[in-house]
Ligand binder design. Structure first.
Ligand SMILES: C[S@@+](CC[C@H](N)C(=O)[O-])C[C@H]1O[C@@H](n2cnc3c(N)ncnc32)[C@H](O)[C@@H]1O
Length: 212
């Protein structure tokens, strides 16, 4: 962790960059499922410190590109440092900006990835998914990872209470398990996606892939 960051950003970097999180190989699974391949143009929506962007940059190789969009310049600085350390900086670009509207042209990406962002967007999630659809070329694919609301209300309460106790600023008002699988599928369908596939990952997480 870079101790030059403000305490708030340092906590966020600590949470996003936990070694267990990186060791689980989640993004590699997701990239394999969605068919990430050398030469692709990728947009990472809400890229943070590069949890998805760095593995994506490896998957697309030197002929590909990963355009990282995030509202936090500090987190994108951490991402850039990681990309340099891991030898993929040549294909990673970053834009400080909003996810609605996305700073990208229509039909410009082969692949859009977005991990653990939709729950933060809450009511803006449908608009963000519509933006992901807009920037994908026809036949392009989206890969999403996030928390999912399970059918077990007691389990949902336990998980939310655990997050509320964490020291990184997450409080009772921060809802992680915001969307059920059905709600996520409906948002993708409403945005115009088809070939939608959803799978649970480690109990209360969801991976979704779909095609424009
Ligand atoms: C929980 S973090 C996930 C980061 C990264 N994708 C990961 O999986 O580690 C959510 C990210 O979304 C970004 N974010 C949330 N709302 C945003 C918005 N409206 N516009 C741009 N970025 C946003 C935050 O700055 C943060 O980096």
């Amino acid at each position: 962790m870079n101790t030059a960051h403000s305490p708030e950003i340092a906590e966020t970097v600590y949470r996003l960059d936990g070694p267990l999180r990186w060791a689980l190989g989640e993004v590699q699974d997701l990239l394999r499922t969605v068919g990430a391949a050398p030469g692709q143009q990728v947009i990472d929506v809400g890229a943070g410190t590069g949890y998805a962007a760095v593995p994506a940059a490896r998957a697309v190789g030197p002929q590909g590109s990963v355009h990282c969009v995030d509202g936090s310049p500090e987190l994108l600085d951490v991402l850039a440092a990681r990309a340099a350390r891991e030898g993929v900086a040549d294909r990673v670009t970053r834009t400080v900006g909003s996810v609605v509207p996305l700073p990208a042209a229509d039909d410009s990406a082969d692949l859009v990835i977005s991990t653990y962002v939709l729950h933060e967007l809450a009511d803006d999630a449908p608009a963000a998914i519509a933006e992901m659809h807009r920037v994908l070329r026809p036949g392009g694919r989206v890969a999403l990872a996030d928390y999912r609301k399970t059918a077990d209300k007691e389990r949902n309460r336990e998980i939310e209470a655990w997050y509320a106790r964490q020291p990184d600023g997450a409080g009772p008002e921060e809802v992680h398990l915001r969307f059920s699988l059905g709600e996520l599928e409906e948002m993708l369908r409403a945005a115009g996606f088809h070939r939608i596939e959803l799978r649970t990952w480690h109990d209360f997480h969801v991976h979704a892939t779909a095609e424009k």
